[in-house]
Design a protein around this ligand. Structure first.
Ligand code: GLY
Length: 251
């Protein structure tokens, strides 16, 4: 069916409406059933954001931050300069952030529409994030909030692997916190190591039984999509993030 997308949230404007992923959610997981079918056009009017709840705005900013981290260092630096204006919904700032995010997304999708590899990099923080959304009970976290914690986890793990400098991890935490996004799980979270590993094992990016993640490597703006990493860095990262939570680890 031909369709036009008219997104009215930041999340939809900068991510889900662009790129032709169509899907339905299932009780076993989000985004697991779907197809690629491009809209005839995406019509974005940032004026519609004037009535968006703050929490939704912040959730969408999580995906804007992602573009800077995976492929557009100058955009990340611009966000460091303009986060206050973005949160204040300054119209020029919003328009620029949405436009540049869409340009980044369109460039990636143009190169890899059906997600042979490159497109997966748009999922930085999402494997951890999807596990958090599902394991916490859908509705507890907005997507971008879970992705923000997932991004903090991906950054922490990348640092543990020795792939990025500590100063980059600090910048990532700082920008997420300035956007009022969570970077840790609360003590009341039901997440534990077992839940993470079980939920991450059904991720779409698992191939031949091997989990692949988007991790940061090198300077700001560079990432890799790989299953070739020391698993103990992942386990240590999960353990650090669940340390304050109530749920016991049994694995
Ligand atoms: N939201 C990630 C993608 O469209 O590939």
């Amino acid at each position: 069916i031909s369709f036009v997308q008219i997104p009215t949230t930041v999340m939809a404007m900068v991510d889900s409406s662009v790129g032709g992923k169509t899907g339905v959610n299932h009780r076993l997981g989000k985004n697991m059933i779907g197809a690629f079918h491009q809209p005839k056009c995406v019509f974005v009017d940032t004026e519609t954001l004037s009535s968006l709840p703050d929490r939704e705005l912040q959730s969408g900013i999580s995906e804007i931050i992602k573009y800077g981290l995976i492929r557009d260092a100058p955009f990340f630096e611009w966000q460091e300069e303009h986060m206050d204006q973005l949160l204040a919904r300054d119209s020029e700032t919003l328009r620029y952030a949405v436009t540049r995010s869409c340009q980044n997304k369109a460039a990636v999708v143009k190169l890899d529409e059906k997600e042979a590899g490159l497109r997966a990099t748009l999922n930085l923080g999402h494997t951890f994030g999807h596990a958090i959304e599902n394991g916490s009970g859908y509705g507890t976290y907005l997507h971008g909030e879970a992705v923000a914690i997932g991004t903090a986890m991906a950054a922490t793990m990348s640092y543990k692997l020795g792939w990025i400098e500590e100063s980059l991890v600090q910048r990532i935490y700082k920008i997420l916190e300035r956007a009022n996004l969570p970077t840790e799980l609360p003590p009341s979270s039901p997440m534990n190591r077992e839940t993470f590993l079980q939920l991450m094992s059904v991720d779409k990016k698992v191939a031949d039984g091997k989990l692949r993640l988007i991790l940061l490597q090198g300077e700001l703006g560079n990432c890799v999509f790989t299953g070739d990493f020391d698993e103990s860095a992942m386990i240590e990262t999960i353990d650090e993030f669940v340390a304050e939570c109530a749920g016991p680890s049994t694995v």
